[in-house]
Design a protein around this ligand. Structure first.
Ligand code: PMV
Length: 286
């Protein structure tokens, strides 16, 4: 049996705008997806909780196996410490873990590129930031492209991650936004502003300016709400993080459900916020 493993991720800044060529700041989180790979008579992907595997996902995994040089049919069994569909990178981590199982010793960038096969099936038109964050680990500054521009970002911060409990696919907000963008001239300037916040956030993160970084989280959340990708449950979750003393809080990932993050002063504060919002505390970077 072979095994592949990869962490989940949060988008600190730049979700959605990264799809349109603006930068994003993303971080891996110490919650992992593991894939066990066994030779089998017939290819099968076993998702947790008995979830049915969509046919295109199986096809994408087969195509990835061939690209990675793995011959024959297989049984891939996925275990996840990340709730699926929560915006915390379960699908990207699955793709990276599967790539590592097919091709042990492959580089992080190669694993991220292989994982794009899964991302395209599950996400429609992904920027590639999710698998890159899961594969590289730590905090990255990312601009999409062929190849993407990826820089490791120094620094560390504690955050609380709070879940709305609403699972959703990234399709559900990314594709409608692409449609709205065609008819609404206010969207492009908003996307550019979110990209600027990611650039600024990177500098503040590297300097360890937590109040400044918190303010960029708040500004980014306001921009994402204006883009129409928040929802009542995310607004409640962000408000709860702020009430718990977050230096700044925002939705993370595609929105429409999923998760929100709150920036903490330190580890103890992150744990307090997590306890008050039913979430969990993690250090990003470091
Ligand atoms: O799938 P999520 O919730 O991790 O969102 C990914 C970030 C987006 O910018 C919304 C999509 C993308 O591919 O960059």
């Amino acid at each position: 049996m072979r095994r592949g493993r990869a962490p989940g991720k949060v988008l600190l800044l730049g979700e959605h705008s990264v799809v349109y060529g603006h930068p994003a700041l993303a971080a891996s989180i110490p919650r992992h997806v593991t894939v066990e790979l066994l030779p089998a008579g017939e290819t099968r992907i076993e998702l947790p909780g008995g979830i049915q595997t969509p046919f295109p996902l199986r096809e994408a995994a087969v195509a990835m196996a061939r690209e990675a040089g793995f011959e024959g049919a297989f049984h891939a069994r996925l275990q996840s410490e990340i709730p699926l569909g929560s915006g915390l990178g379960s699908s990207a981590a699955f793709g990276v873990a599967l790539a590592r199982a097919f091709k042990p010793g492959c580089s992080p960038d190669e694993a991220a590129a292989l994982a794009m096969r899964i991302e395209r099936v599950l996400h429609g038109a992904p920027s590639g930031v999710d698998p890159m964050a899961c594969a590289r680990e730590g905090v990255i500054f990312f601009i999409r492209g062929e190849p993407p521009r990826v820089e490791a970002v120094r620094g560390a911060a504690w955050i609380a991650v709070a879940l709305t409990g609403i699972a959703r696919g990234t399709h559900s907000t990314v594709l409608p936004l692409a449609e709205r963008r065609k008819a609404d001239a206010r969207i492009d300037p908003l996307l550019a502003r979110l990209g600027e916040l990611a650039r600024k956030g990177r500098q503040l993160f590297e300097r360890g300016d937590l109040p400044g970084l918190g303010a960029t989280f708040d500004d980014a959340h306001a921009g994402l709400r204006e883009l129409g990708v928040s929802c009542a449950e995310l607004e409640e979750t962000v408000a709860a993080l702020r009430k718990a003393g977050a230096l700044g809080a925002k939705l993370t990932g595609a929105g429409g459900g999923g998760a929100a993050i709150g920036l903490a002063r330190d580890e103890a504060h992150a744990r307090e916020m997590a306890a008050e919002t039913g979430g969990f505390a993690v250090e990003v970077g470091g």
